[in-house]
Design a protein. Structure first.
Length: 319
């Protein structure tokens, strides 16, 4: 996934959310609508989330050192996880609290044209941000459905922005419905109900994002199609006759670690094996460019070794 594409989507979302947050707080000040207050805090939280994503992307670019020999690529996952926490606490929980208070102590909405006008403006602005995120995602989504893309993407920025913008658009519709119903019935309770719905929506989105980014933090392997390309590239049919077993791990969205035990002939010399390993590494990097850290261990193939797998307790000699 292109880092520049994710940054473009984050910047578009940041600009939209800052403008929308100001407009929503102004509307709340004039109308007293709790939906507007909840939506204003939501947009402010989203703006903070975009800042977190930008910070994570910048920190992930630091060079590897002795303390972190594989670099800082996973910082993007850490900050992505922080985004889900902010969205859950600042966005969702605040909206639930504000909605609960409004249902308990309803009051009329004043100057209705402020919240309605701001909501319409916000829907247009969020639509622009959502469209940008979709456009950038389509460059790498391929044939995956949107659900598959969010679940399988290794770069956290685009899925997070997509989920945030989608939630924001649904939340704006809920806020508009709450304000509209409150105006039509003369009961401010409906404004509180709309706010409660917004809070529930934000918490659901936060939980999905937390689950996905936690999986990346723990460590995910390469996508199945990438694994297949690596296996095919490793074998030359001459010196390297097969892959006994292999493990992959994302060190960051654009950096993959590959560790494999490859099968060679017992008649090959050490020089021939060393040259074959170097050639295999070149083929793997050509097939999957993000495979930047590669460890290949030569061994004599046997069915027992392949079946035993990479566990050293079960297969200490690889034979």
């Amino acid at each position: 996934m292109s880092a520049s594409g994710g940054t473009k989507a984050v910047m578009a979302a940041l600009g939209s959310n800052l403008a929308i947050a100001v407009a929503k707080f102004v509307a709340f000040a004039f109308s007293g609508s709790s939906s507007m207050l909840a939506e204003g805090v939501h947009s402010l939280a989203d703006s903070g989330n975009q800042f977190l994503l930008l910070i994570g992307g910048n920190r992930a670019k630091r060079a590897a050192n002795d303390e972190h020999p594989f670099g800082y690529g996973r910082e993007r996952y850490v900050y992505g996880f922080l985004v889900s926490i902010v969205l859950f606490s600042v966005g969702g929980m605040f909206a639930l609290y504000e909605g609960y208070e409004k249902v308990r102590h309803p009051h009329a909405i004043h100057d209705w044209y402020w919240p309605v006008g701001v909501l319409v403006f916000a829907i247009i602005a969020e639509g622009f941000s959502f469209r940008t995120a979709m456009k950038e995602s389509n460059h790498t989504r391929g044939d995956l459905s949107w659900v598959q893309f969010i679940r399988r993407a290794k770069a956290p920025e685009l899925p997070i922005v997509l989920m945030e913008d989608f939630g924001a658009l649904i939340g704006l519709v809920l806020a508009l419905a709450g304000v509209g119903t409150a105006l039509a019935t003369g009961s401010g309770v409906w404004d509180g109900v709309g706010t409660l719905c917004i809070g529930a929506l934000l918490i659901c989105i936060a939980l999905v994002l937390a689950a996905e980014t936690k999986s990346l933090l723990i460590g995910e392997g390469a996508a199945p199609e990438s694994v297949a390309r690596i296996r095919a590239a490793a074998v030359d049919g001459a010196t390297v006759t097969g892959v006994i077993h292999m493990r992959t791990l994302h060190l960051g969205p654009e950096e993959l670690l590959v560790a494999a035990k490859i099968a060679v002939s017992h008649d090959d010399t050490a020089t021939e094996v060393a040259r074959a390993i170097d050639a295999a590494e070149e083929r793997i990097r050509a097939a999957v460019p993000i495979a930047r850290v590669i460890y290949l261990e030569p061994d004599i193939y046997s069915d027992a070794a392949a079946a035993a797998g990479p566990d050293p307790d079960q297969n200490p000699g690889g034979r």
